[in-house]
Structures are given as structure tokens and as C-alpha cells.
Write a protein that binds this ligand. Structure first.
Ligand SMILES: NC(=O)C1=CN([C@@H]2O[C@H](COP(=O)(O)OP(=O)(O)OC[C@H]3O[C@@H](n4cnc5c(N)ncnc54)[C@H](O)[C@@H]3O)[C@@H](O)[C@H]2O)C=CC1
Ligand SMILES: O=C([O-])CC(=O)C(=O)O
Length: 294
């Protein structure tokens, strides 16, 4: 297993890194126990037997008792990050958002673990991205970003190698998904009677301003032509029934136009259901269960 890169980068420095023993379960630690983590852990309980060994789950101290009840003994609950690292996971799944990846991303890599994160928008911060890339390269620990709520990332990442000329993303969500976000400064959500574009700009601005709703723009940027070249539109739609992600990209390969109508998660209207499924798929791939024939 090659280590030390954002998924897709080639930065193996040639140093020896202990390999994960073939066939041994992956030791997984989780940060946060909200909507994504719980959905992923439910899948893990159904499909992860013999493949994934849960070493611990980090929660805020006031949530520890409820977390223990929910987990029912499947994994120890921790309230301090060093305790989580002490369980010696191979990989840490960050499921808690931008502040958590910024607080724990570097210590995770420094602690000898790979990191998988859906809070990809945190990398819109240039200095943080540079530090994480350098650490990943130097320590040969990987930072994996699942495709999350969007589809078409595989094609975009492939098309990049032939040269991309244009990447445009448009994200439309029901009004409820934008409550408690910076969108409320641009639009009166309660008075909307038709779809309203309240943001147009770069993926860098979108991912920074909307940390709970626009990580997909960062994932698109990382896979494609970067944070500043990726164009973004964000829309609040009072008539929408789900989260519509539209992605268009053009390059030497041709032209792709992709749309996904995602259902919001039952416990968090900001987050599409596909997000946790894609995290689980990424973790399964780590166990060697990639989609393959033979
Ligand atoms: N890449 C993508 O396609 C997507 C990415 N996301 C990202 O995933 C994040 C999580 O989404 P959900 O699970 O739906 O949110 P959520 O709000 O349901 O769960 C987050 C949980 O993390 C916990 N948490 C936060 N900081 C923590 C810390 N320092 N230590 C321990 N626990 C902590 C919170 O208490 C909460 O329970 C979002 O904030 C967003 O950044 C969300 C949707 C799509
Ligand atoms: O789940 C979604 O639809 C997208 C999302 O919240 C994000 O990109 O942060």
C-alpha cells in the first residue's frame, strides 16, 4: 500500500514504511459521532466484520454517555484526542467538520496514521493545505478525500491528466439546508418563493464560507483544476426536495455534464445521504475490497 499523498498524487519518497499486513483488519479510529459517522458505523456493523476493527471514537465530553449507549460496546469512547491516537489506528476517519480537521489533521499524520476526511473544504486554506501536503509527503501518510455527496469525481480526476479547460459546479439545496449559514446574510430564506442564486465565485470562497454545505466544491477543486479556477454557484430552492449537485467539465477528453439529485440525511438536512456511503466505500477499498473482477 503506497503511503504519503493526497489520493491520486505521486509523492512516495522511497522510504520504508511498515505495510499493513495482508488480510489483517484495518484499525479504524473515528473523530465525531454525528450523522456521517453514525451512518458509516452502521454500515461497518453490517459489512465490516473481519475487515475493520474499530479502535475508538472521539466525542465531546458532554456527549460521552450518549455515545457509549449508541455504540453499545462496539468501540471505546474517548473524550481526548491523545487517547484516540494511543489506540494505534491505521487510519483515522474525521467526521466532525473543518475545525476538527484543522485541529487534528496534523497530529493524525504525525501520529503515524492515514487520514480520511470529508471536510475537504478545510484545504481551501492555502497554508493548511501546504502544511498537510508537506507532512503527508515527509511522513508518507496519506490524506484520503472520498467523493462525498457528488458523483463524477473519478472522471474529473482522470480528465485532469489530459488537460481541463473549464470546471463549473452548481449546488442547489432546500431552504432548510442553508439555515444557520452565511447564506442568511445574502437572502431572506423565509421569503423565498423561487430558486435563488446567492453565491457565485470560486471553490476557494465557497468552501471557506460554507463549511457545512460546500465541501463538494473543494473535492471537485482537488480532483480537477484547483480552488481558484473551479467556478461555483450555490442556490437556495424553496421547491427542492433534495440536494441537487450539477458538475460540468471540459477538456481534451471531451465534455462531461453530471447531475445528482441526492436525498438529504434524515438527521442532517445539510448533508446528502451519499456522503456517508462514499466514506464507507473508501474505507472498504482500503481493506482490499475494491470493485474488481478476479
Ligand atoms: N465532502 C462532502 O461531500 C461532505 C462533507 N461534509 C462534511 O462533514 C461534516 C460532518 O457532517 P455530519 O456528520 O452531517 O455533521 P453532524 O453535525 O451531524 O456531525 C458532526 C459531529 O461531529 C462532532 N464534533 C465536532 N467537533 C468535534 C470534535 N472536536 N471532537 C469530537 N466531536 C466533534 C459534533 O458534535 C457532531 O456530533 C460537515 O461539517 C462537513 O464539513 C458534509 C457533507 C458532505
Ligand atoms: O452533502 C451535501 O450535499 C454537500 C455538503 O454538505 C458539502 O459539500 O459540504
Amino acid at each position: 500500500m503506497k503511503r504519503g499523498s493526497f489520493k491520486g498524487d505521486d509523492s512516495s519518497g522511497g522510504r520504508a514504511v511498515p505495510e499493513h499486513p495482508a488480510g489483517a483488519p484495518i484499525r479504524l479510529a473515528v473523530i465525531g459521532l454525528g450523522n456521517i459517522a453514525r451512518s458509516m458505523l452502521e454500515l461497518c456493523a453490517r459489512e465490516g466484520s473481519g475487515r475493520i476493527e474499530l479502535t475508538g471514537v472521539l466525542v465531546h465530553p458532554p456527549r460521552a454517555a450518549e455515545a457509549e449507549t449508541w455504540l453499545g460496546g462496539r468501540a471505546p469512547v474517548m473524550t481526548a484526542f491523545p487517547e484516540l491516537l494511543a489506540t494505534r489506528p491505521d487510519i483515522v476517519a474525521e467526521c466532525a467538520g473543518h475545525a476538527a480537521v484543522k485541529a487534528f489533521g496534523e497530529p493524525v499524520l504525525a501520529g503515524g496514521c492515514d487520514l480520511v476526511t470529508l471536510a475537504s473544504g478545510a484545504f481551501a486554506d492555502r497554508e493548511f493545505e501546504a502544511r498537510m501536503r508537506a507532512l503527508s509527503r515527509d511522513l508518507r501518510r496519506r490524506i484520503l478525500v472520498p467523493s462525498g455527496a457528488i458523483v463524477g469525481i473519478d472522471g474529473l480526476a482522470a480528465a485532469r491528466h489530459g488537460g481541463l479547460t473549464r470546471v463549473v459546479y452548481s449546488g442547489s439545496k432546500p431552504v432548510n439546508a442553508w439555515r444557520g449559514t452565511a447564506a442568511e446574510k445574502s437572502v431572506d430564506l423565509d421569503k423565498l418563493s423561487e430558486p435563488k442564486t446567492f453565491f457565485e465565485g470560486s471553490a476557494r470562497e465557497a468552501a471557506s464560507r460554507y463549511p457545512m454545505n460546500a465541501n463538494v466544491t473543494a473535492t471537485v477543486a482537488l480532483a480537477g483544476i484547483g480552488f481558484d479556477e473551479t467556478r461555483v454557484r450555490l442556490i437556495a430552492d424553496p421547491t427542492a426536495r433534495g440536494n441537487l449537485h450539477a458538475l460540468e467539465y471540459e477538456g481534451s477528453f471531451g465534455h462531461a455534464r453530471i447531475r445528482i439529485q441526492g436525498k438529504p440525511s434524515p438527521t442532517n438536512p445539510k448533508t446528502s445521504m451519499l456522503t456517508a456511503l462514499s466514506l464507507w466505500r473508501t474505507l472498504l477499498d482500503e481493506t482490499g475490497a475494491a470493485i474488481r473482477v478476479g
